[in-house]
Design a protein around this ligand. Sequence first.
Ligand SMILES: Cc1ncc(COP(=O)(O)O)c(C=O)c1O
Length: 370
Amino acid sequence: MKKIYVTQPLLPELSDFTAQIEEIWTSKWLTNMGEKHNELESKLKDVLKAPNVSLFNNGTIALLTALKALDLPYGSEVITTPFTFAATPHCIVWNNCKPVFCDIEPDTMTIDADKIENLITPNTSAILAVHVYGFPCDVEKIDAIAKKHNLKVIYDAAHAFSTEINGRGIGTYGDITMFSFHATKLYNSIEGGCLTYNNPELVRKIYNLRNFGIRSEELVEDVGINGKMNEVQAAMGLLNLNLFRQEQEKRAKVKAFYNEHLANVKGIRIPKMPENVTDSLQYYPIVIENDYPLTRNELYDKFKAINILTRKYFYPACHDYECYKNDLAVKLADLSVVDDLKHKVLCLPFYGALETSDLQNICEVIKLAN
Ligand SMILES: Cc1ncc(COP(=O)(O)O)c(C=O)c1O
């Protein structure tokens, strides 16, 4: 029986990729802000509708650098969501800050902006929110809270490549936004990522931090890391930039199929993207409510038995990790919505090359349990 994975990486024609590789061989320039790197950085400004873009070798190093660039005080608290990938809170700790987990909003599953203010203390320095599954956080409310309490705002937009809110690039909210170009993302450069930001004063700082702090041959300005994207990654990124819109069109059809066939299944909730938001189309999460005959885990197992590999994103939630769960503040935190949803969300296979027969099978499995 063939295996159906939750996603399939977007791949250009191999001949197009080898042509790019030949150019790299000829140039003998493999990394360190090469031609392809710079071309991709510049093209991404248009795609993401952001005034400043800095490329990175992966999204995690990009996020780590974003927090570093904002100079968050040592030991300060960063309010974040536990309903995310491990990289989000880990980047806070790697910056010598403390993650303070805030509960999520049941519909979009993003950080509940109404619960943020209660968690603010004199030691809070920032909010790190995640546009989970591409659902935008309440950016206006978060902006107002940050202004009122003088906090930095960083967005993890690993799931929201090309998302726009009322035509505005999602990467233009907050102080800095991170995008991931990992192979499993809608848009990939094998591994890779970028930061977007409005403040031109951050350009120099982020450039330095990405490159060991080295400004010029004899000048080292900052305690930087190696976050540079290489030319092979950039070549892949350039080719996939020509393809991701087509992939989105195909995924829009897959989404429409699921929406139509699952709309009336009792106990299945399909979280809705707001009207004014363009969907990145990276994930298709469903919520298995209590009135569905199977639990989320039972449905997951049922799929697995027939080689359909769905994902329990995000289970465990971050506050359940061995490295966070014993913290007293974590033990005392009210995370009841996350604690409910982490047992109920299932991400279905979602990529353009899914065949109609596969989609029919997947929907039948969900319907037949009913
Ligand atoms: C929400 C979120 N944040 C951060 C990352 C880290 O990105 P990367 O894999 O590019 O390091 C990912 C995915 O991998 C993610 O899903």
